[in-house]
Design a protein around this ligand. Structure first.
Ligand SMILES: [Zn+2]
Ligand SMILES: [Zn+2]
Length: 211
């Protein structure tokens, strides 16, 4: 499976890395890792070939990507998968992990991809002449073969795809605060339709004093 020579691999990654560097204003190791994670998942789902030649086009929203942290890694994953928060094809579940699950919504197949625990060590041995550890990671993540860099596991989602995707643009108003709720994200409590904060699972509470 890993027949791609390191130098060739670097060339294949180049367009993805250039794009994520523009998006992010610089290129850093985690973006590279993100690109590799996205491409690995796409390959496992059979949505891209082994040489990443033709880029995956997700305008039809076939792929859903759930990323497990925000930041640089997520940018790399977005570029590789063509999944974006604004298109409702990317969800961020902040576990603080540079990892992602790619879901083919057409087949229901899902794979989770994450870096192997020893990649930092491996990077230092692969790029010993690097100026710093950061530079070693940046270089090594572009040349380490997939199987040495990443783990991959088929997974089953704990929530149904229909629930996760939900029906876009459906609107109701919260019976308590009156605010509009999109995409079936309302909950029912004692026969009332409420937004999640009013139902007690908000990330904030209102302060009583004025600003
Ligand atoms: Zn960065
Ligand atoms: Zn409410």
């Amino acid at each position: 499976m890993n027949t791609i020579a390191p130098v060739f691999l670097k060339d294949l990654l180049r367009p993805y890395l250039d794009e994520t560097a523009v998006l992010h204003k610089h290129l850093c190791p985690r973006q590279v890792l993100g690109v590799r994670i996205g491409l690995r998942g796409l390959r496992a789902l059979g949505l891209i070939d082994a040489t990443y030649q033709s880029r995956f086009d997700n305008r039809r929203k076939r792929l859903l990507t759930i990323v497990e942290t925000d930041g640089c890694g997520a940018d790399g994953i977005a570029v590789a998968t063509d999944c974006h928060v604004g298109r409702r094809t990317m969800r961020v579940l902040d576990y603080g992990k540079v990892a992602a699950t790619l879901v083919d919504t057409k087949t229901g197949q899902a794979v989770r991809v994450w870096p192997r625990a020893d990649v930092r060590q491996l990077a230092k041995t692969i790029a010993p002449e690097a100026r710093s550890r950061w530079h070693a990671y940046l270089e090594a993540y572009q040349i380490i073969p997939d199987d040495d860099l990443l783990n991959l596991q088929p997974v089953e989602l704990t929530q149904s795809l229909a629930e996760i995707l939900s029906r876009p643009n459906l609107r109701v108003n919260c019976e308590q605060c009156g605010e509009e709720i999109l995409n079936e994200r309302e909950v029912e409590r004692d026969g009332r339709v409420l937004c999640q904060p009013c139902a007690g699972s908000g990330y904030y509470s209102n302060k009583t004093d004025d600003i």
